[in-house]
Ligand binder design. Structure first.
Ligand code: ARG
Length: 561
C-alpha cells in the first residue's frame, strides 16, 4: 500500500494538487514523531496563512481511520502515524502470497528492452575491467524481466578488425593447434602480444596481417575457419565465467555480424545529405552539438565502430521493436555513444531517444594484489577463483563441520565479486579489495548471506508458521517490516535509474534491521506463543525478501554457513 498516496488523496488543501502534496510528504528523521510528515511552509503563500495555522487546520479536518491512526500538528508540520498492525499485516500477507514473485510486477508487459552488455572482444583477455558491464547488465536483465518487460540480452562481440589478421599471421608463424586449444584465451592473447613484439622488428608482418584480415572479409575459407575457431575458443572460455555469474544472452550478434549490413545506413546518410568528406573519409559533422565528427567510412571504404553500432541499433529496432535499448558500457565511451545517438537522431529516427548509454566507472584491484606474473592484465577468472578460495578458508575456520563447504564457498566467493561491483552507484570508480568484499561484518554480500543462514537456522528449529496474529510490536520489528515493504518500490527505482546498487543496498539495510531484531527480540524463546509465532513469520518474510533481492543480483544463498 502506498501510504503517501493514501494521505495525499485524503488531505484536501485548497489550490494545491494531490500530486504536489504527494511530492511534499517526507519521512521524518525520527519515527517517534510519526511515519510520514507534511511540511506546511510550502503552502503558506497560496493559503495566506502561517504554516502553524495551516497544520492545525489540516489536522482538524483529517479524520483518523484504520490506516492512519494518529495525526499531530507540530511547528508547522503535520505528522501522521500509520496503523502498524495494518502495515504489518498487509506486508507479511503480500510476501507470503507472492513468495518468489514478491517485488515483481507487470508494469513492463508487452515491452522489449534490449540490453547490450559484457560485449567482449574475441581473443582478448576477459579481465577485471569487464566485471561491471557483465554483472550490471546481468542484474538489469533479471530486474527488467521481474517487472514484466521482455529483456533481450545481447553480447555485442568485438569480433571485427585487423587484430584478427594479426592473430592469423601469428598463429601461422608460431601457433600449435593443440596448445591453443588447451590454452584458450590466454594462449590467443600470448600470440597477439608476441605479434606486436616481433612486428616492431618486422614491419612486414603488419602488411601480412592486413592481407589476412582482407581475406576474412572476402570470406576466404581457411581464414574464416581460423576466425571462427578463435571465436569458439573465446566463447567456450568465458562461458565458464558466465555460468558462475549466472549470465545469459539471447544474441551474440556482434561487430562482424553487422560489418556487411551497413549499406542501407550509409545510403540513408548520403540521401539525407549528412555525409561529408574529410581527408578522404566520410563523416557526419557534429560541431553544432559540441562534438568531434562521427566517422562513418574510412578512406578505403571500410566501416568503423560507430557505423557498425548504428547498423546494430537499426537491426535491434527492426527485430525487437525495443521500448528501450541499453548499452552497459564504461564511461570512457561516452563520446562514442553521444555521437552515434545524435547521428541517428539527425537521420530522423524517432526511436533514437530510446537508446540509453548506461555508463559505469572503472574497476581496479587494490594496490599490491595485482598479479604481476601475468603481465598487467588481471583475468576475471583468477579474481573469482581467488575469492572462492578465500571464502573457503574463512568458512572452514568459522565452521569446520559444515557440510558442503565447497558449495557455500562458491556462493560466498562469487557473491563477493558480484556485490563488490554492484554495491556502489555504478558511475563510481571502484577499487576492488578481497578483504573488503569478504568482510563478514561489512556492507557485503557475505554479511547478507550469513544473515540468511541465521534466519534459516531459526526457521529450521521453529518452523514456518502458516497462521499468526499481530502481537504488541516493538520499534525494531516495525522498522524491519517497513524496510521489507519497500522492496517493490526499490526494484522499480532500480529499473528506472538502471541502478542495481539500490537493491544491493536494500539487502544490506534489511539484513542490518533483521540482525537488530534478532538480537533485541527473542524469537524462539519468546514468552508468549502469539509473539513467538509472529516473530517466526517475520523471520520467514525477511528471508524470502532477501532471497528475491539476491536472485535479482545473481547471487546464491547457502542454506547453512
Ligand atoms: N567490445 C567493446 C569494448 O570492449 C564494447 C562494446 C559495447 N557495445 C557496443 N554496442 N558498442 O570496448
Amino acid at each position: 500500500m502506498d501510504y503517501k498516496k493514501y494521505i495525499a488523496e485524503k488531505l484536501q488543501v485548497e489550490g494545491v494538487s494531490v500530486e504536489e502534496i504527494y511530492e511534499s510528504i517526507a519521512l521524518p528523521p525520527n519515527t517517534e514523531m510519526g511515519d510520514y510528515a507534511l511540511p506546511c511552509f510550502k503552502f503558506a503563500k497560496v493559503l495566506r496563512k502561517s504554516p502553524v495555522m495551516i497544520a492545525e487546520a489540516l489536522k482538524a479536518s483529517f479524520a483518523t481511520d484504520d490506516v492512519v491512526s494518529e495525526v499531530s500538528a507540530v511547528n508547522g508540520y503535520l505528522n501522521f502515524k500509520i496503523n502498524k498492525d495494518g502495515l504489518v499485516q498487509q506486508t507479511l500477507e503480500k510476501i507470503f502470497a507472492e513468495g518468489e514473485r514478491y517485488g515483481a510486477s507487470g508494469e513492463g508487459e508487452g515491452k522489449a528492452v534490449c540490453i547490450d552488455y559484457s560485449s567482449i572482444n574475441i581473443a582478448k583477455p576477459f579481465h577485471i575491467g569487464h566485471l561491471s558491464t557483465t554483472v550490471l547488465g546481468g542484474a538489469l536483465y533479471r530486474i527488467m524481466n521481474f517487472l514484466g518487460y521482455k529483456a533481450i540480452g545481447i553480447n555485442h562481440l568485438g569480433d571485427y578488425g585487423t587484430q584478427f589478421g594479426k592473430l592469423i599471421s601469428a598463429y601461422k608463424r608460431w601457433g600449435v593447434r593443440e596448445e591453443i586449444e588447451k590454452g584458450g584465451i590466454r594462449a590467443l592473447n600470448e600470440l597477439y602480444v608476441r605479434f606486436h613484439r616481433e612486428a616492431e622488428e618486422h614491419p612486414e608482418y603488419e602488411d601480412e596481417a592486413r592481407a589476412y584480415f582482407k581475406r576474412i572479409e572476402e570470406k576466404d575459407e581457411e581464414c574464416l575457419e581460423l576466425f571462427h575457431w578463435f571465436k569458439e575458443l573465446t566463447l567456450k572460455d568465458v562461458q565458464k565465467i558466465y555460468e558462475l555469474l549466472d549470465i545469459h544472452f539471447d544474441s551474440y550478434n556482434g561487430e562482424s555480424f553487422f560489418s556487411d549490413k551497413m549499406g542501407p545506413i550509409v545510403a540513408e546518410l548520403k540521401e539525407k545529405g549528412l555525409l561529408i568528406e574529410s581527408r578522404g573519409a566520410q563523416v557526419v559533422d557534429l560541431e553544432e552539438y559540441g562534438m568531434t565528427p562521427c566517422m562513418i567510412l574510412k578512406s578505403d571504404g571500410t566501416s568503423l565502430y560507430a557505423t557498425r553500432d548504428m547498423a546494430a541499433a537499426q537491426y535491434r529496432k527492426d527485430n525487437y521493436d525495443f521500448y528501450k535499448c541499453l548499452y552497459v558500457v564504461a564511461y570512457q565511451q561516452n563520446l562514442h555513444f553521444k555521437q552515434f545517438f545524435k547521428v541517428l537522431e539527425l537521420m530522423g529516427k524517432e526511436w533514437a531517444k530510446d537508446l540509453v548509454h548506461v555508463a559505469y566507472g572503472m574497476v581496479s584491484l587494490e594496490e599490491g594484489t595485482m598479479s604481476t606474473r601475468k603481465g598487467n592484465v588481471v583475468f576475471l577468472e583468477d579474481v573469482i577463483a581467488k575469492c572462492i578460495e578465500k571464502a573457503y578458508t574463512i568458512i572452514d575456520q568459522k565452521n569446520p563441520n559444515l557440510e558442503n563447504k565447497e558449495d557455500a564457498a562458491k556462493k560466498v566467493g562469487v557473491g563477493a565479486v558480484i556485490f563488490g561491483a554492484l554495491y556502489n552507484s555504478k558511475i563510481k570508480d571502484i577499487v576492488f579489495s578481497y578483504d573488503k568484499v569478504l568482510n563478514f561484518e561489512g556492507e557485503t554480500s557475505v554479511y547478507v548471506q550469513y544473515t540468511c543462514a541465521r534466519a534459516n537456522s531459526v526457521l529450521q528449529k521453529g518452523g514456518v508458521p502458516t497462521k499468526y496474529e499481530i502481537p504488541e510490536l516493538s520499534t525494531v520489528e516495525i522498522d524491519l517490516v517497513k524496510a521489507l515493504a519497500d522492496f517493490p518500490q526499490t526494484v522499480k527505482d532500480a529499473a528506472e535509474k538502471y541502478e542495481p546498487s539500490y537493491i544491493a543496498r536494500f539487502a544490506v539495510d534489511v539484513a542490518q534491521k533483521f540482525n537488530k531484531f534478532y538480537f533485541d527480540c527473542k524469537i524462539l524463546s519468546a514468552e508468549e506463543e502469539k509473539t513467538r509465532t509472529f516473530r517466526l513469520a517475520l523471520t520467514a518474510a525477511t528471508l524470502q525478501t532477501l532471497k528475491n533481492a539476491f536472485a535479482l543480483l545473481g547471487i546464491g544463498i547457502p542454506d547453512k554457513m
